[in-house]
Design a protein around this ligand. Structure first.
Ligand SMILES: Nc1ncnc2c1ncn2[C@@H]1O[C@H](COP(=O)(O)OP(=O)(O)O)[C@@H](O)[C@H]1O
Ligand SMILES: CC(C)(COP(=O)(O)O)[C@@H](O)C(=O)NCCC(=O)O
Length: 467
């Protein structure tokens, strides 16, 4: 996969002038060498993890010890149900709802028809109106928050529909029960007044990157199968580019298999959140991280360009088109320029030299299919994110690169391309990791706010102020 330094945005980084020139530049010039990561987890450990129920707690893990989620007895000062965490992002709003497993006597006495109706409405449907969806396959049972056991439900709708959500909240009587929602994402600021005006709900705001990290660590700790990677059939062949078919072809990528990854000793890791735009974070500990880079070429760019180029009207349609396309009719490959490999600098002929480079020819434009354009768009955006992530990781001396965000939803093509890119360009030193709950971590992090010291401190402050 080619480096595309021309369109990357790197902050606070020492850039190597000749990134990608693996053969010519020699050791001193290359990105910081990384020690080999332990690529094989002991088999027994993998099996132990796999045998556990999908969402059983693994409280002994390092992450969990550092988080505030011990299985404490139910606490009477907890906020009244229902409990939500909300992430109002640039494209999608994510709502995580905690459904308690048991309702205590105090709550039973107080439980209103409204509360029961809300629970039934949220948990018995998987579609809400035209655009709201519950990701039933992501549901997490047996989760403990603030001493309460229950189920997490994962719901999303387009942020453009926040108005419709507020109307629904009003019609379901939610506004009478909930006066504060824990919210993150840019929309928590942008729509704050609408929440007050429309449904008289206050938004208790949490920073989106704080929430993201808290959510990742919590969900990984609760779900033994959360973290995984895509393994090529022959890892050695990937590092040396000795494959039978071009790395971007469906034939080559279809051989990748999903495998669990033990993320119990995660630090340090690079977290690459691919939402509308992209944020890259270096995470050293649960409360020690910084944003090292970002790019405006993210999931929103992919969808926007795809709609423009192919006339498609949804993310799902764009991804389905891309799955059946061939980017080599759109992109200019190294062999289109060299007639073969550019061996001196280690660039195989079938790597993309110039994304969309063939589209300056009217003749080629006339022949290209919508599917090819969609695939070239995915490959372009993914390669660029892969390049930025790799540069950040090597600059920071980090081996594990965790990708999340809804751009990866139903998008194995990008995950496999990122896996290939990380591995190939680092000669196997970098590992691309993925998380099952892709875009929901910010909302989960917000929900955990209920559980945090910050929340208790805020409550205490509010009580003092009232006196
Ligand atoms: N159903 C969908 N509708 C729109 N975009 C989607 C959908 N599913 C996945 N996506 C992708 O996810 C991106 C948004 O990711 P997300 O992590 O939710 O970010 P944000 O918080 O910025 O909304 C979109 O730009 C698009 O690429
Ligand atoms: C501004 C954002 C943090 C908003 O998050 P998002 O809704 O995209 O998940 C993100 O879009 C971003 O980091 N954009 C890239 C900005 C840049 O570094 O160029």
């Amino acid at each position: 996969m080619p480096e595309q330094a021309g369109i990357i945005t790197i902050h606070q980084m020492r850039l190597h002038r000749c990134e990608g020139c693996l053969a010519a530049c020699g050791r001193q010039r290359r990105a910081t060498p990384l020690s080999a990561i332990p690529r094989t987890i002991p088999r027994t450990r993998v099996l132990q993890r796999a045998r556990r129920g999908p969402y059983t707690q693994t409280m002994s893990k390092e992450n969990c010890l550092k988080m505030e989620t011990p299985p404490t007895p139910p606490d009477n000062e907890a906020p009244p149900m229902p409990w939500f965490g909300m992430d109002i992002g640039g494209t999608l709003t994510k709502l995580v709802y905690f459904e308690p497993r048991e309702t205590n006597r105090r709550e039973l006495d107080k439980e209103t028809e409204v509360l029961k109706n809300i629970r039934r409405y949220l948990t018995r449907n998987s579609a809400y109106g035209k655009t709201g969806r519950r990701d039933v396959h992501l549901q997490m049972d047996n989760v403990t928050i603030r001493g309460r056991r229950g189920t997490l439900h994962f719901i999303r709708f387009p942020t453009s529909e926040v108005g419709a959500f507020l109307q629904l909240a009003r019609s379901k009587g939610m506004a009478d029960l909930v006066n504060t929602i824990y919210a993150t994402g840019g929309g928590a600021y942008k729509f704050e007044e609408d929440f007050i005006k429309e449904v008289n709900m206050r938004l208790s705001k949490m920073d989106e990157l704080d929430a993201l990290i808290a959510g990742v660590l919590f969900v990984d700790c609760m779900n033994a199968q959360e973290c995984y990677y895509w393994a090529p059939p022959d890892e050695q062949a990937v590092h040396t580019h000795v494959t039978d078919s071009p790395p971007y072809s469906e034939a080559a990528l279809s051989l990748y298999v999903r495998k669990p990854f033990d993320f119990s000793s995660p630090y340090p890791f690079l977290l690459v959140n691919i939402g509308s735009g992209v944020s890259v974070l270096v995470v050293n500990a649960p409360d020690d991280y910084y944003r090292v880079s970002g790019t405006s070429l993210g999931g929103g760019t992919f969808l926007g360009l795809c709609c423009l180029l192919t006339g498609c009207s949804s993310f799902e349609e764009a991804i389905a088109l891309a799955a059946s396309g061939d980017n080599t009719t759109v992109d200019k490959l190294v062999r289109d320029i060299y007639g073969g490999d550019y061996a001196r600098f280690g660039l195989p002929g079938d790597l993309v030299a110039s994304s969309f480079g063939q589209m300056c020819s009217a003749e080629r434009r006339a022949k290209v299919s919508r599917a090819d354009l969609a695939r070239a768009t995915v490959v372009t955006i993914t390669n660029n994110i892969g390049s930025i992530a790799r540069l950040c990781a090597s600059n920071e001396g980090i081996e594990r690169v965790v990708f999340c965000g809804n751009f990866l939803r139903v998008n194995p093509l990008s995950m496999k391309l990122l896996s290939y890119a990380m591995s190939y360009w680092s000669r196997g030193a970098l590992k691309a990791l993925f998380l099952e709950h892709e875009g929901y971590f910010g909302a989960v992090g917000c929900l955990l706010h209920l559980d945090s010291k910050v929340h208790r401190r805020k409550q205490a402050e509010a009580a003092t102020a009232d006196r």
